[in-house]
Design a protein around this ligand. Structure first.
Ligand SMILES: O=C(O)CCC(=O)C(=O)O
Length: 264
């Protein structure tokens, strides 16, 4: 294990994994890099995620599961509503020192520099949880569009399973090559039923510590969890540090720089 809990592979093996993964991500819209982090680190991240959900903290964004597991009935705008492990989404995890150190790991830095370039910023760091009681169905969606309020489209998300995520836990499902078609709607987000038309994708069960690269425009979704165990995953969205927030009604957001390359 390394300081970042990376599984220790030779430098050339890491390079091969990244190169193959990035090629596949570019061609298909997603790619698994296999298990990259060890259990001690994952256990610490899971414990911290649970602690944040149980204690609450106004700096983070929280969204609790829908009582009936339906995306349409998700509570919106309520934030943290008391201790519980059934928050399906928790954002701004870059504010937590443990998650912040994890996000800065050298594997993610290498991928970000290769895909985006030397100047990288973070759009969001989100924990998606499917609680032991089932979680919420997440419909087909794309992560972008005018709703995101940016002057250019981010294209790279790095998803890491903190628990095993077998098919029955509501694993990721993605439709290959959909990232090549751009956005289904100008607004982005959920893909209307008359556009997705009952399409099925590729199920991507993952083991704890597995890393998946996801193009923001790749159609993806995830189902309910029937394992009786939580299924947590951290996803970070990265973009060029030149990206600007276009929102007008509130102060434009600024974005944290990551993976800065020392000068000289
Ligand atoms: O983990 C999930 O179920 C959803 C992940 C997702 O939608 C994302 O990373 O953008």
């Amino acid at each position: 294990m390394t300081a970042f809990g990376l599984e220790k592979d030779s430098e050339s093996a890491v390079e091969d994994t990244c190169a193959r993964g990035i090629d596949q991500y570019r061609a298909r819209g997603f790619a698994s890099l296999g298990v990259q982090f060890d259990e001690a680190l994952l256990a610490a991240l899971r414990a911290r995620a649970d602690q944040i959900m149980l204690e609450g903290d106004p700096r983070y964004f929280f969204q609790r599961d829908a009582p009936d597991g339906r995306y349409e009935t998700l509570p919106r705008g309520s934030g943290w509503t008391g201790p519980g492990l059934d928050y399906r989404k928790m954002e701004k995890l870059q504010l937590d020192p443990l998650f912040a150190a994890f996000i800065e790991n050298p594997l993610f830095a290498r991928i970000a520099h290769e895909v985006i370039g030397p100047a990288v910023a973070l759009y969001r760091a989100v924990l998606f949880t499917k609680g032991k009681d089932g979680g919420t169905h997440l419909p087909w969606h794309q992560d972008g569009g005018s709703f995101w309020g940016l002057d250019r489209a981010p294209v790279l998300q790095i998803w890491t399973a903190l628990d095993d995520a077998p098919v029955e836990s509501g694993c990721l499902e993605l439709v290959p090559e959909t990232h090549l078609r751009g956005l289904a709607t100008r607004l982005g987000g959920v893909i209307p039923d008359d556009v997705s038309c009952g399409i099925r994708g590729e199920l991507l069960p993952a083991r704890a510590g597995e890393v998946v690269l996801i193009h923001n425009h790749a159609w993806h979704r995830s189902g309910m969890n029937s394992t009786g165990r939580p299924r947590r995953a951290l996803t970070i969205c990265l973009m060029s540090a030149e990206t600007r927030c276009t929102r007008k009604k509130r102060t434009p957001r600024t974005f944290q720089r990551l993976y800065e390359i020392p000068r000289g």
